[in-house]
Design a protein around this ligand. Sequence first.
Ligand SMILES: [Zn+2]
Length: 312
Amino acid sequence: MTMYLHYNLDQHIFESELYLNSFIKSSEYKGVFFSGFHFTEPKSKKDKTAVRLNHLIKYVKDHGQRTGIILDCFQNKQIYSSDDFNAPVAYTGAAYNPKSNYYPVCPNNPVGIQELLSKIDTFTKQYSPDYLYLDHFQFPFNWKEEDLDIQDKNPQFCYCPFCITEFSSVVGEIVNSPKQIDEMMPEWLEWRTDAILNLLFTIKEYVANKTQLIIGLPPLAVIDLPFSTGLLPYSIVDEGLIVSPLLYHNTKQKKLLWIEDVLDQYRIDLNLRKVWPFFEVKNQHELDFLKRFENQYGGLIISNQIPINQIH
Ligand SMILES: [Zn+2]
C-alpha cells in the first residue's frame, strides 16, 4: 500500500473534511499531503487554515498515518505584490507579467530564499511532518498553462540581476548582454542546475534527518526538465531525495495514457522507490486505472477530486 491522499485546505468544506476523515479511518491510504494553507507567523491566531492544519495533522497522526506538507516554493503572490520585489526577467529583458494565478519568484532572489527557509522552519517545527513536498522549486515556468516550445534556444527565465551577478561570479567574467549568455549557453545551463541543487543541499541540511524531502517536477520530458526549470531528476535522486512528477492529465487536457508515456521515461536508470507520481483524478474510472501503478513506485499521491455525491 503506497497511496497518499492530497487534501487542499483552500477548498475545504465541511463535507470534504468528513470525506477525508472517512478515508483516514478506512486506512485505504498510507497518509495525507496537505496544501492550500496560508503562511503566517506561528503566533497569529487569525489564520483559520493554520488551525485546521493543526487539527487535521494531529488526526492523521493519531490514526497511525503519515503526514506531508506541500509548500509553494518559488511561487508567491504575497512576495510578488510587495513594493520592492524584483520580478523574474525573460531572455528579452522584460520583467515577468502575471496573467493568471502564477506568481513566480526567481530561485536566486534572496527575499524568496529567506521566505522559503523561514516557512520550512515554521512548518517543520510546528507540525513535524514526515514529508516536506517542495512545489515550484525551480526557475519560472508556468507548466499548467504553457507548453515548452522546443524551438527555444534559451530557457525562458530567469535573467534577472541576481542571476546575472551569480553567474558572473561563478564563471569569473562580467556578463551583461544576452549575446554573451548565448555564447556561454552550456555554462549557463550547468550553472542553473547547480544553483537549484545547491539550494536543495541547504534545505536538506536545514531539515536534517527529521523530514524527508520530495521535489515536485513539472510534467515535461525528463530530458527537457533541466533546460526549462533547472531541475535534474537524476542528481536529486542521487542525493537520496524523492522526485514527484506532477501528472495532472486533466489540467493538461491529456488522456490517461499520457501518464504512462511520461512515467516510462523515469523507468530508465532511476530508482523507482524514489519516484512518487502525483495524480489528479475526477472519477472512479480514473482512480481504478491509476491504481495499477501502486506497486511500481515508492508512493502515489492522489489529488482526489471525485464529487462528494459520487463516493461510495
Ligand atoms: Zn533570476
